[in-house]
Design a protein around this ligand. Structure first.
Ligand code: NDP
Length: 334
């Protein structure tokens, strides 16, 4: 097997000294287990949190352990009645590795839809799509005509959030880095407006575009971008706190909005959420996402990097904005 091992907890951006690619033997399967050859590995901002020992929603990856990660792969050996050799599967325990041994419980078979690439099951039809769907619909609860501001809007989650917001009749403003990403939001995805935070002050732009304020904030970034949106949330506004990527490469508490009292004065609802809490409701969400794709109302991009050996370097793309859509690594040929 080939596996990325966490050697030490990174300080700042993870680098070559923090993880090591090792050749390892593959252990025997126990009853109920399957051997999966991974085709694609999902790289996610949360991978950086798992490398750290800060308090979080899952146990951190242990130093000396295989790096955890979501994968899609093909069953190569099975001691399960539920999975056959050749099945496509999202293994219960994927990792930054060529082969994963997974339990039949918690592994999900994929019946690929015609015309849908396998990477989609790690993006729009995977955890990314669910995150966008439930964070927006369960927490922000968009109503016709309301204003929705999305940060990291050209990213995997943000781009889907904005399109669902449009489907629900909201006015959507996306905040993203650079003219290409902003152009994609307004010209291809149908966002009402986009703010290029690298070239424009977000608060000034929001005041110009939406002088009476914002109803919903789907927050992916944290820091000054979050502060600019939060301080413009109007009465009965809602904030879905999905992520704070701007703080993941640092240690210590993640700073919040300065005007905490706004929650009181404007009767805001602010809720953090983790997609794994919604897995039971996933089938209904996948049905909606699939039909929006089929109707041509929902588009997405997957950014594929070749080779497991590139995983550490590729992860950094998420923190520099170098990814163009959902970041995945091609681990082995389909
Ligand atoms: P993306 O595809 O959005 O990639 C990350 C993007 O974040 C980059 O492309 C970059 O876009 C932007 N970014 C990075 N650093 C900064 C910064 N300092 N300031 C402003 N923008 C920055 O990744 P995902 O869609 O996978 O994740 C987006 C967010 O959603 C993350 O915070 C993640 O942790 C969170 N998330 C939460 C889940 C949950 O269950 N709560 C589940 C999945 C994701 P740009 O070029 O525009 O700067």
């Amino acid at each position: 097997n080939r596996q990325w091992i966490l050697k030490r907890r990174p300080q700042g951006a993870p680098g070559a000294a923090d993880l090591e690619l090792r050749e390892t033997p593959i252990g025997p399967l126990a009853d109920g287990e399957i051997l999966v050859r991974n085709l694609y590995l999902s790289l996610d901002p949360t991978n950086r949190l798992w490398m750290s020992d800060r308090a979080q929603y899952l146990p951190p990856v242990g130093v000396g352990d295989v790096m955890r990660g979501g994968t899609i792969g093909v069953v190569e050996a099975s001691r399960s009645d539920r999975f056959r050799v050749g099945d496509l599967v999202l293994p219960s325990t994927g990792g930054w590795e060529l082969y994963s041994i997974a339990n039949e419980r918690g592994s999900r078979r994929i019946a690929p839809q015609a015309g849908v690439p396998l990477t989609a099951y790690l993006s729009v039809l995977g955890a990314t799509g669910l995150t966008a769907y439930f964070g927006l619909l369960d927490i922000c609860k968009p109503r016709e005509g309301e204003v929705l501001a999305v940060s990291a809007a050209a990213g995997a989650v943000g781009s889907i959030v904005g399109q669902i917001g449009r489907i629900k009749g909201a006015q959507v403003v996306g905040i993203a880095g650079g003219p290409e990403k902003c152009g994609w939001l307004t010209e291809t995805l149908g966002f009402d407006s986009a703010i290029d935070y690298r070239n424009e002050d977000v608060g000034v732009a929001l005041d110009r575009l939406y002088p009476t304020g914002i109803d919903m904030n789907f927050e992916n970034v944290g820091g000054p971008i979050m502060d600019a949106v939060f301080s413009r949330l109007r009465k009965d506004g809602r904030m879905a706190l999905c992520g704070m990527i701007s703080a993941y490469n640092e240690d210590g508490p993640m700073p919040g909005p300065r005007d905490f009292g706004r929650i009181l004065m404007q009767r805001l609802t602010v809720r953090g959420f983790i997609v794994i809490d919604y897995l039971r409701q996933a089938p209904g969400a996948f049905a909606d996402l699939s039909s929006w794709i089929a109707e041509g109302r929902l588009a997405w991009k997957d950014h594929v990097v070749d080779g497991l050996e590139e995983a550490v370097a590729a992860l950094d793309l998420l923190f520099t904005g170098g990814n163009d859509g959902k970041l995945v690594v091609r681990v082995s040929p389909e």
